[in-house]
Design a protein around this ligand. Structure first.
Ligand code: DGY
Length: 312
């Protein structure tokens, strides 16, 4: 624990946005940036606070190296990379960055949808390869979206914002919550021409979209995933895309990031993005501020709205 009157030492696993760190964190703390695992292990024994990325695994082994650690902020809304129980056992409070990236992520989901429906990557690749042979009535036919049925899985903040954007382009939006029965899931999937995944990754949502559920979707379905890769069984999705039992998929996240399987990369009917759902200046800036205020607030013993609590 930091000695009263001294500035806490806060370790960042990435410089984040340096100007935000300079303005919001440096006046209040001694800041260390540890970009490699080795550097992090060196810094942890003296760290009071920690700011991590979604790609940092925070587990018992890591926490055992951080005897002074009292607060941690994850620079993400998702926190499946953090062992909350281990943090709780050690009295380490945890924060995340909810609310500020909803719009950006929803806009990216819409981007993926439009790109899938109109086969944008195929058209783009045609032009870049100088293979545009002239206008033709049947060239790159896609789908018009107005009036189609969309199903939002996980109608939290991001799912709700995505639903709003979908309605604005004329989609009929339904939602599927955490407590949906097996019958409701089957019925709604059978009508879902657009399936947009927004549930957090938990043990019960791992491979939520599996071969069996993919088989329920109509043949013109578009699957969108901007939450976490493991919510989808990637191998089953590749099969569905390859066998054209669905129309397309738009993916911003992958099962074993940053690895994207070659089988997926080779398919023309999917749009692939490198986990950039929240990658707007607005969202990333607000996330940095929220993470910094979170870790400082928790270190100061305050109650903060973005604390993530362990529930046994
Ligand atoms: C999050 O915050 O969990 C997002 O995946 C980051 O883009």
């Amino acid at each position: 624990m930091s000695v009263p009157g001294t500035r806490p030492r806060i370790v960042l696993t990435h410089p984040l946005l340096p100007e935000v760190v300079r303005d919001e964190l440096e006046p209040h703390a001694e800041v260390r940036v540890a970009r490699s695992r080795a550097a992090l292990l060196r810094e942890l024994p003296r760290a009071d606070g920690l700011i991590t990325l979604l790609s940092d695994r925070v587990d018992e082994a890591l926490l055992a190296r951080a005897p002074r650690l009292r607060a941690l902020a994850n620079y993400a809304v998702g926190f499946d990379n953090i062992d909350l129980e281990a943090c709780h056992r050690r009295g380490i409070r945890v924060a995340n960055t909810p609310g500020v990236l909803d719009r950006s992520t929803a806009e990216l989901t819409l981007t993926l949808l439009l790109a899938c429906a109109r086969r944008v990557p195929e058209g783009e690749a045609t032009c870049r390869a100088d293979r545009f042979a002239g206008w033709a009535p049947d060239h790159l036919l896609g789908l018009e979206l107005k009036g189609r049925r969309a199903l939002i899985v996980g109608p939290g903040r991001i799912g709700t914002e995505t639903g709003r954007l979908f309605r604005a382009i004329g989609l009929r939006v339904e939602t599927l919550g955490r407590n949906a029965s097996a019958t409701e899931i089957r019925r709604k999937l059978a009508h879902a021409q657009i399936l947009s995944l927004h549930c957090p990754l938990t043990p019960s949502t791992r491979h939520w979209l599996n071969a069996e559920r993919l088989a329920l979707l109509p043949a013109d379905a578009i699957v969108l995933n901007t939450t976490r890769g493991p919510v989808v069984d990637e191998r089953a999705l590749v099969n569905a895309l390859r066998n054209r039992t669905i129309f397309a998929a738009g993916l911003d996240v992958f099962e074993r990031e940053p690895r994207i399987p070659a089988a997926l990369r080779r398919l023309p009917n999917c749009v692939l993005l490198p986990h950039v759902g929240s990658a707007t200046r607005e969202a990333r800036n607000a996330m940095a501020r929220l993470a910094i205020r979170g870790v400082l607030g928790l270190l100061g013993g305050k109650r903060i709205p973005n604390e993530v609590r362990f529930r046994a």
